[in-house]
Design a protein around this ligand. Sequence first.
Ligand code: ADP
Ligand code: ZN
Length: 439
Amino acid sequence: MSQYTMTSAPDYIPVKMLREIQNERFMETFRYVYANVQWYRDLLEEHNVSPDSIKSIADISKLPFVKKTDLRDTYPFGMFAAPRNEIVRYHASSGTTGKPIVMGYTRGDLEVWNASVARGLAACGINDTDVLQNAYGYGLFTGGLGLHGGGEKLGCSVVPISGGNTERQLMLMRDFGATVVSCTPSYFLHLIDHAKKIGFDWKETKMRAGFFGAEPWTEEMRRSIEAETGIKAYDIYGLTEISGPGVGCECACQAGVHIFEDNFYPEIVDTETLEPLPDGEIGELVFTTLCKRGTPLIRYRTRDITSIVVEQCACGRTVRRISRISHRSDDMMIIRGVNVFPGQIEASLLAVDPTLIHYQIVLSKNATGLDVIETRVELSAEKFAELADNVAAVEAFKRAIGEKMQRTIGINVKISFVEPNSLPRSEGKLNRVVDNRNK
Ligand code: ADP
Ligand code: ZN
């Protein structure tokens, strides 16, 4: 099959043409939002930006940012640009505190979103012969319907099983001959566990690929998942505010997420000054939607920290890649003045033992009021048996993990071991950090 298919063609647009398309779509979006969203007109006025000063996408940095709190404050429909009868679906972010963020989709918005997810799947070699078991949750969360729509668009046979029901997931996977799975990486870890428990052998299934996203995960976790199951694990990225999963996705090179930038225009800005940064530098990812009509957003701050990759990917796609999301700015832990990301803990743990895929980070204060960071590592049944009653071996293993973490993040991390199957699991996103410092 040629590398160019209907679904992948926009990925290979010559760069010059891509920039022209972005410029046109940006100007159209800007005019449309300005004409239809009172909140946006007020925002520009507040920042003394005259709409006439925006003549091309090169002027984008003159425009103010839109923040997550702005979307909360305008709950539910303050950001809607299309008349309500044109909205054919709502989604909302899974935010656990306060009001959710509500986004509205026109028929055209769903079309763009589905096509983006389909492009991502196709970039990893998925096609209409594949059976996609979609274990992302269905509902207001965008994961389920996002992968569902994209999978159908590509012509896959979609199994809309949603999250949970772990026993059944494995049964259907085998019986329906699923070749592709999609869910959060943490739910897939749960599936791996369960498979082990019931003697389910991945090698006896047709499963060949997984699309994992909606939460951060590491290269080390990718290797663990691939080693454990024999499938290829691909990174898929997105957020409700911009549409959902499929704002970007890896290609078969597994070398960073391609952003479908003819639909979603990315910028990286300095986290302190908010000034735009050149490709290659790390900062906060900011998006402008280029085709959305329900709830278009201009310069939306994602709080996701990454960089745009300078080099073109070996696959030949012209749409740029981002490096793996290292963390969300609000997930960063500050321990005794040192910035620590959960991903660093995960990467160092798995570097020492790639089978220890379950862990939890607990923050507390010691008697003198200093921050203490502890990693609770869940031992696998094999490791548990191997270490049983061997105090010296337990201590040596703890020391090896602790030293690796200390080298990575520069501070001492307390390591403790917990029994197999004792840490919380999740059917969706998993919060691995417990902060007891203010208790
Ligand atoms: P919420 O903000 O409530 O979690 P979403 O479900 O829209 O709502 O989640 C989007 C966020 O999930 C992104 O901004 C990002 O932080 C995270 N995310 C999504 N995909 C990935 C991925 N592949 N890698 C890392 N983080 C991701
Ligand atoms: Zn590529």
